[in-house]
Design a protein around this ligand. Structure first.
Ligand code: NAP
Length: 524
């Protein structure tokens, strides 16, 4: 990378274009250096969306699922070939450690590979059959089937700053397999990696023209330009989500929108959990707090423990956090880097301050940690911060405040019923993990916590060392949570394709329907 800030370009309507001026400076959160700039000012987004609809859509829809799956595999191959430079970018622009960068980069590549594998067996089909034929009248020859056909618009993907790679590819893989062209808009502050990856994929010419566009810079009038044929998949804060949902054009045209938003996720230590379950619990909470400096939408924010074990849990977590070396992630001894910007640092301190009004700060807090060789006036570090609520019954900030940083709060509970009720106060979350040994307790947890979550991870000692982690989103599984988390549904294997298809009933003679059935891939 050169020292001069690079203006990121957008790939729109088949060419790389530069917006006017500077809307956002992309910085290195360790040293404050400006790495690049982004601007979408003056870019013609109507034209860009038209290009996707008229060029990319027809080209993708002309391909079978198996052929689209090959394209997705080819994207993964391009990214694998260029991986070393991506890691350096993730370290520079996002303050990632190598492990953090791998979660983002390899998470994106892994999701592409998963959908490439999943799509192959769908073969020559170009649409999906949802259910068996249903009879509608006495005449046996007149029935109905339910089909899913690719939508004719563009998949507009608006992504959050914390996963510039995974966020881009976990959405694009599913849309492309569904035959829908993508216009991806990474969050401006960390767009460097997404920009480079898309540049490589476009240069490799592995996709039909118009299948993938990139908007670097602010959304501008993007929401004014979408039509009812397009879909929007958004990941980010609930404030932006509600702005999108209330946008007059989105409302007027009934644009389909998927929201993946904030989440105040929980980890719950079951009453009477064994020492082995206890260890699995503290290990996962410690890891979740510090991986990606706590900037995962799925990270554990609330830590529910039986009141009589709150002290030992606090001690065990403090001992783990003490071992976490903070600093410049270019140094291999460093275990946790900064948050991505000074604005995110300020937001994290504000959130910690709010929760601390009702909690004791056990370690960390609202001031930048002192780190050798790092200027606190230019960097964006937040110390791992563990708090413990002082009055469980009356604390509310812990349930309402998503501190998007390395921070979690212990909430002691007195009974199982109280624990379940407290977890649900998150108002709808992406994920909760439960640690214990009693299968009957796990079953009650599913019934009580299930309605307010998109995913539950049940950890008993037998899977303590093999589970994929509380915060890791697996493409095989549903991703999205109810309520505050946005009511979204992403991934989940073939289920994810539904968002990019129109489901319709087709009524007709069995002769016609049988021919259609033969051309479709049956989901059931
Ligand atoms: P954000 O500020 O809401 O921004 C998200 C995206 O929306 C960015 O690309 C941003 O662009 C764009 N945006 C902002 N205003 C917009 C508007 N008026 N119209 C259209 N797009 C607009 O969120 P963030 O700070 O990047 O991300 C952090 C949040 O994301 C956290 O709350 C986290 O929980 C959530 N998150 C959720 C998930 C999930 O899967 N549920 C995953 C990751 C993160 P600019 O950057 O150009 O402003």
């Amino acid at each position: 990378m050169s020292d001069a800030p690079q203006p990121l370009e957008s790939y729109l309507a088949g060419s790389w274009r530069r917006g006017a001026g500077v809307e956002t400076e992309l910085t290195d959160p360790v040293h404050g250096t400006i790495l690049a700039t982004a601007s979408a000012k003056g870019l013609d987004l109507k034209d860009a969306l038209d290009h996707g609809r008229k060029t990319g859509g027809p080209a993708l829809r002309a391909l079978s699922f198996a052929d689209r799956a090959k394209l997705i595999g080819a994207i993964a191959d391009v990214l694998i070939a260029n991986r070393p430079k991506y890691e350096a970018m993730a370290i520079a622009n996002s303050g990632n450690t190598k492990i953090d960068a791998a979660i983002d980069i390899d998470g994106g590549i892994g999701t592409l590979k998963y959908y490439a594998r999943l799509g192959g067996p769908l073969g020559a089909a170009t649409f999906l059959l949802d259910e068996k034929p249903v009879r509608l009248s006495k005449a046996e020859n007149f029935q109905a089937i339910h089909l899913l056909v690719s939508r004719h618009g563009v998949a507009v993907h608006i992504n959050a700053f914390n996963f510039p790679s995974w966020g881009l590819w976990e959405k694009a893989a599913v849309a492309l397999l569904a035959g829908v062209p993508v216009l991806a808009k990474p969050a401006s502050s960390t767009a460097l990696l997404a920009h480079e990856m898309v540049r490589d994929v476009i240069a490799a010419k592995v996709l039909p023209e118009g299948a993938l566009s990139l908007l670097c810079g602010s959304a501008g009038d993007l929401l004014d330009q979408v039509t009812g044929d397009d879909v929007i998949a958004f990941t980010g804060s609930s404030e932006t989500a509600s702005r999108i949902l209330r946008h007059p054009n989105i409302l007027a045209r009934g644009v389909r929108v998927n929201i993946e938003a904030d989440s105040v996720n929980a980890a719950l230590l079951a009453p009477g959990a064994s020492e082995a379950a206890f260890d699995a619990f503290t290990k996962e909470v410690g890891r979740e707090m510090t991986v990606k400096a706590g900037q995962k939408c799925t990270a554990i924010r609330r830590v529910f423990v039986p009141a009589d074990r709150a002290d030992v849990v606090a001690d065990a977590l403090l001992a783990r956090l003490k071992k976490v070396t903070l600093g410049d992630p270019r140094n291999d001894a460093v275990r946790m880097g900064p948050v991505v910007t000074r604005a995110q640092q300020a937001a994290a301190f504000e959130g910690i301050g709010k929760i601390a009004m009702e909690a004791q700060v056990l370690t960390g807090g609202t001031t930048a940690p002192a780190i050798d060789g790092i200027n606190p006036a230019k960097s964006a570090f937040v110390a791992p911060t563990l708090m413990r609520v002082t009055d469980t019954a009356n604390a509310s900030a812990v349930h309402d405040t998503e501190v998007f940083g390395p921070c979690a709060t212990i909430v002691p509970y007195k009974s199982e019923a109280e624990a379940f009720a407290l977890v649900a106060r998150g108002g709808g979350s992406l994920v909760a993990s439960v640690y214990g040994d009693d299968h009957a307790f796990f079953a009650r947890a599913v019934a009580e916590l299930g309605p307010s979550h998109g995913r539950l991870l049940m950890v008993e000692p037998s899977i303590a060392d093999v589970h994929t982690g509380h915060g890791i989103v697996m493409p095989q599984c549903h991703h999205g949570g109810p309520g505050r988390a946005g009511n979204g549904e992403e991934l989940g294997g073939l289920h994810g394709l539904r968002f990019y298809h129109q489901r319709l009933a087709v009524q007709g003679s069995m002769d016609v329907l049988s021919e259609l059935q033969a051309k479709a891939y049956a989901l059931h």
